[in-house]
Design a protein around this ligand. Structure first.
Ligand SMILES: Nc1ncnc2c1ncn2[C@@H]1O[C@H](COP(=O)(O)OP(=O)(O)OP(=O)(O)O)[C@@H](O)[C@H]1O
Length: 712
């Protein structure tokens, strides 16, 4: 089997129907139903039945087509069957039954989460463990001490090193018996795994699983899944070694994610805007501040410095965003992804560029892992010398960012696969998305290569597709053929940016080289501050902690160059051509209120529940401590008066009482000067004439001349 998969079904099945027809374990079925996915994607409909048969599968489908479930469902189903047999025999063991390899630690964390979500109802039977490769010895311990290390998710290097560390400890370690226990293995994002230079580690791990070329025909081989968005020679070579009589499931390029015609779906609309290198920030400003790019998005640049420069530039315009790059420590990267996915930020500035010393295994003192670490470091160094690995450590690749409406390539990517993976962060699982790239004259050859790689599109579909209606309404430029190579030129007049040129230039000057350098360092300092390992050091050396806290990035940004008024865009500055297509100044990039009360309208007469009452002295006044008032309390009971519903309610509460001034004066002595002034100028919460006053009639008319509060 090795054909493109197209939709030949009139009515695609729902998840319930598919699972019922394939007799998928009800625990997995419930996990899927909880995710509220309506129906399986085309590639899921094709791959899951083959996987459930127990055959090896090569899955090749574009980004965001739901490839994870293609292996997760069959693997979980298989493990549950195995566990049920064990339970019947009364031989429950703690061993590794499936191995999932992913290219980066972010993707490992993501695959673990997706497997756990799908297996939410398998928790008692099947456990999922992720090895994040911090220290090989710790990883090996984590597996040994886990009661259910059934599915192991790791980068090839982390697993390889953990296996070596385990070999040095005991023969009975679950990682030392992988060759006997593993029933299924997966290489997820195989193209990335191999391009990241993990070939030796993959080879070593597959060897441990008994999958070396020499043992190709062994009958008890584990079932294999290779999953990839792009198919190159290296993936084909891996397939030859790792899979046997594999079925190839390939999503047809012209098919939509859920079937039908991709053009009709028009999920991803791709455009380019020619721009000079110096005007990039100006165009970015216009695109964001005039609301041309609606919804949440990701801005890609080509290096780490540029990442911070753009972030600082946007910060100065009060445009909130996060940064994501390979230099950030893992915890910060995972935190950034999580914060973005939870909707705390709408914008992410990311780079898929490598850094000279990627933060991977820093286990120098770890004796057991030292030899393999050295080997790995050596290998990485030689990889870095190859031009191909320049963009190899892309932290944003393969990550499932949620609800991304658009991707903006501020810098045009240097390889076709980098372009594919970047724009693949939007228009996922059949959603619509817009990819916009700023192309400088020096990027022409890269653009040509990308255009040769992307499927052509019908212009009509492009006009109705995408996620950004303002961009779609601008239309395209200089193309008249019915099918055109993507990305197409957007009809965006650079003249539209002129009114903003000076403010952008001013602000850009505020982002000095020192500020960029400092921003990079500040991120690392933040990590130091949060470091558990340094807690004891800071406890003994509080000055070090103070220094780190004080030395903030803000001190290095020239905020004095930015006048408050340039942050706002007056509507008269929006060019008519852009207004006509729906552009509107976007003044605020603040996070929307997520309070459950936000947006709930209060009915007339109902108390405002959203207001704090605990800091309102009129509501919290406690008279229980009043002394020497004697009978005064009785006199102070609020009068029955239709005009004072609040006062009546206040009287009903044990902690709230209202006193007349004369009563309080008796208890408290003469009025203070401030109270006298307020009385004279009629300030306070009463009205002279309750009939005409707009103020709430809180008090009886007789008391209105002289109330004041007293807190004891
Ligand atoms: N049948 C479905 N219906 C709706 N959403 C789905 C379905 N299957 C998967 N998804 C969602 O689509 C998103 C993309 O899924 P997944 O990460 O598996 O895609 P992918 O093909 O592996 O993408 P990439 O190659 O970029 O990693 C996820 O948020 C997932 O929850």
């Amino acid at each position: 089997m090795g054909s493109d998969f197209e939709d030949d079904d009139e009515k695609p099945p729902t998840w319930g129907e598919l699972c019922a027809s394939l007799e998928v374990d009800r625990r997995v079925r419930r996990g899927i139903l909880d995710l509220k996915w309506e129906r399986p994607t085309l590639v899921q409909r094709a791959a899951i039945p083959v996987g459930l048969e127990g055959r090896d599968v090569l899955i090749h489908a574009r980004t965001g087509s739901g490839k994870t479930a293609c292996y997760a469902v069959p693997v979980l189903a298989r493990l549950l069957k195995h566990k049920d047999v064990e339970v019947r025999r009364g031989e429950q063991r703690s061993e590794v039954l499936a191995v999932v390899l992913g290219p980066t630690r972010e993707l490992v964390a993501q695959a673990r989460r997706q497997l756990s979500d799908l297996g939410a109802y398998c928790g008692d039977a099947v456990g999922v463990v992720a090895l994040l490769g911090e220290r090989a010895a710790d990883d090996a311990k984590r597996v040994a001490h886990n009661p259910r290390p059934d599915v192991l998710v790791a980068t090839p290097a982390a697993l390889h090193e953990a296996i070596e560390a385990a070999a040095a400890t005991s023969a009975g370690h679950p990682l030392s018996r992988l060759g006997e226990t593993v029933l299924a293995f997966v290489v997820d994002e195989a193209d990335l795994v191999l391009s990241f230079g993990y070939d030796e580690d993959v080879e070593a791990v597959l060897g441990t699983l008994g999958l070396s070329a020499a043992r190709g025909a062994a009958a008890d081989r584990p079932q294999g899944f290779l999953v990839s968005a792009t198919l190159g020679d290296d993936v084909a070579a891996l397939k030859r070694v790792a899979l046997r009589k594999a079925a190839t499931v390939r999503l047809c390029e012209s098919a939509g994610v859920f079937g039908g015609d991709r053009d009709d779906e028009a999920a991803l609309a791709q455009y380019v805007v020619p721009v000079s290198k110096d005007d990039k920030y100006l165009v970015v400003y216009v695109l964001l501040k005039l609301g041309l790019l609606e919804g949440r998005g990701i801005l890609f640049v080509n290096d780490v410095d540029e990442c911070y420069r753009l972030k600082l530039f946007l910060d100065l315009f009060s445009i909130r965003c996060l940064v994501l790059n390979a230099e950030l420590p893992l915890a910060s990267r995972l935190h950034a992804i999580d914060a973005y996915n939870r909707g705390y930020y709408d914008l992410l500035v990311a780079t898929d560029a490598a850094v000279s010393a990627p933060a991977t295994n820093d286990d120098d003192e770890d004796e057991m892992a030292s030899s393999s670490s050295k080997k790995k470091k050596k290998k990485k160094k030689s990889k870095e010398e190859e031009p191909k690995s320049d963009d190899a450590y892309g932290v944003a690749r393969g990550i499932d960012f949620r609800n991304v409406s658009w991707v903006l390539n501020v810098d045009f990517p240097r390889t076709r696969s980098s372009y594919t993976h970047r724009v693949g962060r939007t228009a996922r699982a059949g959603a619509r998305g817009t990819a916009l790239s700023l192309v400088a004259p020096s990027d022409a050859s890269f653009l040509e290569a990308v255009r040769a790689d992307q499927p052509p599109v019908r212009l009509a579909a492009l006009a109705t597709g995408g996620a950004c209606s303002v961009v779609a309404a601008l239309g395209t430029q200089g193309v008249d053929a019915t099918r055109v190579a993507q990305p197409v030129d957007l009809a965006f007049d650079a003249g539209a940016c002129e009114p903003f040129r000076y403010r952008v230039a001013d602000v850009k000057r505020g982002v000095t080289r020192a500020a960029v350098r400092e921003a990079r360092a500040a991120e690392l300092r933040k990590e130091l501050l949060n470091s558990k390992q340094l807690e004891a050091h800071f406890a003994q050396n509080p000055n070090d902690l103070d220094f780190l806290k004080r030395d903030r990035i803000e001190l290095h940004v020239r905020r004095d160059l930015v006048a408050e008024n340039v942050k706002k865009v007056p509507s008269y500055l929006v060019p008519q051509a852009l207004k006509a297509v729906g552009a509107q100044p976007r003044q605020s990039f603040k996070r929307k209120k997520t309070s459950h009360r936000a947006g709930v309208k209060r009915k007339k007469g109902q108390p405002d529940q959203s207001r704090r009452k605990d800091n309102d002295p009129l509501q919290t006044f406690d008279a229980s401590g009043l002394r020497n008032l004697g009978d005064a309390d009785a006199k102070l009971a609020p009068k029955k008066n239709k005009a004072t519903p609040n006062a009546a309610a206040a009287a009903a509460r044990p902690t709230a009482k209202v006193f007349s001034d004369s009563d309080l004066a008796a208890a408290d002595g003469p009025l203070s000067n401030r109270a006298k002034w307020k009385q004279q100028h009629k300030k306070g919460s009463w009205a002279k004439n309750p009939k005409t006053s707009k103020r709430p009639k809180k008090f009886a008319r007789g008391d209105s001349q002289a109330f004041r509060r007293k807190k004891i």
